[in-house]
Design a binder for this molecule. Structure first.
Ligand code: A5P
Length: 224
């Protein structure tokens, strides 16, 4: 719900300090963060930002947040993003917005990683949503076969016109249906990433320092 996302956006934007280099996540919740950050910048906060997607970059630029490129950064002070599902050990599924590759690179290079989610996304085990993986286009059918050999039902993501969805990095996304709750996230990630053609998975392990969980009561629970 939008008011929960708005609260999460405000709370996370308040964690950004002057002169920080900020990693911007992708998705509707991250958009609220970007809007709140822009408000703070209007009041004098000085930041530079690097975006995990073209969509977030566009929004930030429209709101006059200074955007810098990946090649210009050697550190990120804070990365703030949404997530699709988070388990009690702070493992996450991300990528339903299609930006998982840059999101993972930014999260990995950031000193502090904050994820902002509605309570409905916080589960004991990862299971409810599909697990996206980004794959190379030229071998996509071969890659799918190897993924399915691991026991997954996978589908190529399509865009609104029914064409294969193309990521910002010009790759494809396979969405994997999980047959049971993930017990060993590390093993699932390793099995998938070891397939040639799989560029990155949407399983984020040990990449969260803090989760802000918003609920209808407007309370924000902090997990770290
Ligand atoms: C983007 O690729 C995803 O990882 C997003 O972080 C995720 O889809 C969350 O989006 P919402 O905030 O819109 O649910």
């Amino acid at each position: 719900m939008d008011f929960i996302k708005e609260k999460l956006g405000e709370a996370s934007a308040n964690l950004v300090q002057d002169n920080f280099i900020v990693g911007l996540g992708t998705g509707s919740t991250a958009n609220f963060f970007i809007k709140s950050l822009a408000k703070r910048c209007q009041k004098g906060l000085n930041v530079k930002a690097v975006a995990s997607s073209l969509a977030s970059e566009k929004l930030a630029k429209e709101l006059n947040i200074q955007i810098i490129d990946f090649v210009e950064i050697d550190k990120i002070d804070i990365y703030i993003d949404g997530a699709d599902e988070v388990d009690f050990e702070m493992n996450m599924i991300k990528g339903l917005g299609g930006a998982l590759l840059k999101e993972k690179i930014l999260a990995n290079f950031s000193k502090k990683r904050i994820f902002i989610i509605e309570k409905r996304k916080y589960k004991e085990r990862l299971f409810s949503c599909k697990l996206p993986i980004e794959i190379t286009p030229f071998a996509h059918l071969l890659t799918k076969r190897l993924v399915d050999n691991l026991g997954y039902n996978s589908e190529f993501r399509k865009d609104q016109k029914g064409n294969l969805f193309i990521t910002d990095n010009k790759n494809y996304i396979l969405d994997l249906t999980l047959k049971h709750p993930i017990e060993d996230s590390r093993k699932v990630n390793e099995d998938l990433i070891s397939i040639p053609g799989v560029l990155e998975t949407g399983l984020f392990i040990e990449l969260a320092d803090q989760i802000l969980i918003g609920s209808e009561s407007s309370q924000i629970e902090i997990i770290d």
